[in-house]
Design a protein around this ligand. Structure first.
Ligand SMILES: [Zn+2]
Length: 151
């Protein structure tokens, strides 16, 4: 696993996912889903989990990343759409609408941006209360996203 991880990191640096890499990630994803059933508890497993989440996003599979994140944190899987909601005035790459549990990104290129996806997922995590209020500070959302990307 560790060897595979190093190898994949090198591949990812080039940012051109090969077919082999795609197969590797789908295998890894299946492993992670299995791990999830017994709950991820060790630091090593958690770092592999984060690695897979980031890798899935980088490889253009944000829906799969959101699905395993939601399973892990035991929340509904947020919807994902391209284009910010109408009336969204602030200049942003992404935004989270708690009422519809939807993560919106400015354009399709941000679907493969782990920072944007994870930042918005953090807002989703923090707003799952009954009142559906947009919670969690921007600073904490950035911290959450960076924590994943350190792996
Ligand atoms: Zn934010």
């Amino acid at each position: 696993m560790v060897l595979c991880k190093q190898w994949a990191h090198q591949k990812l640096k080039k940012h051109y996912p090969t077919e082999q890499l795609r197969i590797f990630f789908s295998k890894l994803l299946r492993e992670i889903v299995k791990l999830n059933k017994v709950r991820i508890c060790s630091v090593r497993e958690m770092s592999d989990f984060k690695f897979v989440v980031v890798s899935l996003i980088l490889n253009g599979k944000p829906e799969e990343a959101l699905a395993i994140l939601s399973e892990h944190y035991n929340v509904n899987t947020p919807k994902l759409r391209v284009g910010l909601p109408k009336g969204h005035k602030a200049v942003a790459y992404g935004c989270y609408t708690s009422k519809t549990e939807t993560i919106s990104v400015l354009s399709s290129e941000f679907l493969s941006n782990p920072f944007v996806i994870l930042h918005e997922f953090y807002h989703h995590l923090r707003s799952r209360n009954v009142d559906k209020v947009h919670r969690g500070t921007e600073k904490n959302a950035n911290k959450f996203a960076l924590e994943f990307m350190k792996t």
